[in-house]
Design a protein around this ligand. Structure first.
Ligand code: BTN
Length: 255
């Protein structure tokens, strides 16, 4: 493992591996062993990359796989906002590096789409937490399809190279992302979630449209009315009742 911090903002340290099962798992092990906030595990490839809800995250060479350890005074409920914050930061980094205009959108809870196809995913995991209790640490994992999108997926997928980006080294994207992440964490600490919410809504995929959602044990349809103050989806169901959704998958708006 090599450690290099020169290109990253102050307080961040990069641990760059050739291969690992999952950068999230490695970062969690390091956090448990006392690694400080700002430690980043990045790998050229993963052999057991994980996505949300126990899914596999295909992780061949050429893409970005990185996990950042954060130690924040934040509990389970607030971590929903943290996950949206990460999407805003990564979205800004991609927009700055990509062609202009770039049809980038944030799909709740934390996918990044380009031209309506998934390009990046975020897996935020916390430790030692119960609702209302601060987590000991968070691991924020990000996977960005730079050169390769999965050959088979249940939804549209793409990669940066197919969306008009110039060749991009994973570490260059990581640096741009961490710079934006640090800026947004600072805003969050000072101003709370409201600015994150505003920035997220500006790029929200499907806002104001009918969406289908897969929740634990049921599927619902409704109008994606807004993002709540706490980062949940506000859905108006066909019977006119509004419902706050805090966990689940937006399958897709009707387009
Ligand atoms: C998702 O969209 O389901 C989230 C995907 C998160 C993938 C990243 S790749 C780096 C980190 N390590 C993992 O095992 N998963 C995350």
């Amino acid at each position: 493992m090599t450690a290099a911090s020169a290109v990253l903002p102050k307080g961040y340290e990069l641990h760059h591996l050739k291969s690992v099962a999952s950068t999230n798992d490695k970062a969690a092990d390091m956090a448990l062993a006392g690694a400080p906030a700002g430690s980043i595990v990045m790998a050229d490839l993963q052999t057991g990359g994980r996505g949300r809800l126990g899914r596999v995250w295909e992780s061949p060479l050429g893409n970005l796989y990185a996990s950042v350890i954060l130690r924040l005074d934040c509990d389970l409920r607030e971590s929903a906002g943290l996950s949206l914050l990460v999407g805003v930061a990564l979205g800004e980094a991609l927009s700055a590096l990509g062609p202009s205009p770039l049809a980038l959108a944030l799909k709740w809870p934390n996918d990044i789409l380009i031209g309506g196809a998934k390009t990046a995913g975020i897996l935020l995991e916390g430790s030692g937490r119960r609702a209302g209790e601060a987590a000991d640490f968070f691991v924020i994992g990000t996977g960005v399809n730079i050169r390769n999108a999965p050959a088979k997926a249940a939804y549209p997928v793409t990669c940066l190279m197919d969306e008009g980006f110039a060749p991009l080294a994973p570490v260059a994207l990581l640096t741009a992302y961490i710079e934006r992440l640090e800026i947004w964490l600072d805003r969050w600490r000072h101003d709370g979630f409201s600015r994150v919410r505003e920035a997220w809504r500006d790029r929200a995929f499907g806002l104001g449209e009918r969406v289908r959602l897969r929740l634990a044990g049921e599927e619902i349809e409704g109008l994606f009315v807004d993002l709540t103050e706490g980062g949940a989806l506000l859905i108006e169901q066909t019977d006119g009742r509004c419902r706050e959704v805090t966990a689940g998958d937006v399958i897709y708006p009707h387009r």
